[in-house]
Write a protein that binds this ligand. Structure first.
Ligand SMILES: [Cu+2]
Length: 164
């Protein structure tokens, strides 16, 4: 971590030096993080996760079973339902800021943020559809995600979000 943040510092200093030399060239896109030339690939960009829900061979699965994220990093989760039943993605207890959610509505609880479903995170997806959820983890820890349709978690629809 120390080495990485040092690297960031050097990149920042280098970028500032370039700006100073270039002068007027700064005019466009000054606020958007260098637009690819100095993209650090660290915690700055959103983490895209495609979570596939499936029912292959009678087993109920989420793939991947493990999602790794960092505190403060925006996670964009796409729940891709390849099955024939509705599935959803839930996390009960996780300090999180929900940015946005879209997806299926079902069983009286809305897709979306805390308060609606009693979950910290919740998004549902109809068969063949996708639901999307964007959130920012606020504290490190290991959190269980699962499908709340009765019997599904027990049949294998669960996994972990590991926040560091
Ligand atoms: Cu399910």
């Amino acid at each position: 971590m120390v080495a990485i943040s040092r690297l960031h510092h050097w990149r920042l200093l280098f970028a500032l030096a370039l700006v100073a030399v270039a002068g007027a060239a700064w005019a466009c896109g000054g606020s958007d993080d260098g637009g690819g030339s100095a993209r650090s690939g660290g915690a700055a960009g959103p983490l895209e996760v495609r979570l596939v829900a499936d029912e292959g061979g009678g087993a109920l699965t989420f793939e991947p079973k493990e999602i790794r994220a960092r505190v403060g990093q925006t996670v964009r989760l796409v729940l891709d339902n390849k099955g024939l039943a509705l599935h959803d993605f839930n996390v009960v207890d996780m300090p999180v800021r929900v940015v946005m959610a879209t997806g299926a509505e079902h069983g009286g609880h809305e897709t979306g943020a805390e308060g609606d479903s009693g979950m910290a995170l919740h998004v549902a997806s109809d068969p063949g559809q996708r639901g999307e959820l964007e959130f920012v983890p606020l504290e490190p820890g290991t959190y269980v995600f699962f499908c709340s349709v009765p019997g599904h978690q027990e049949a294998g629809m669960e996994g972990q979000i590991i926040v560091s």
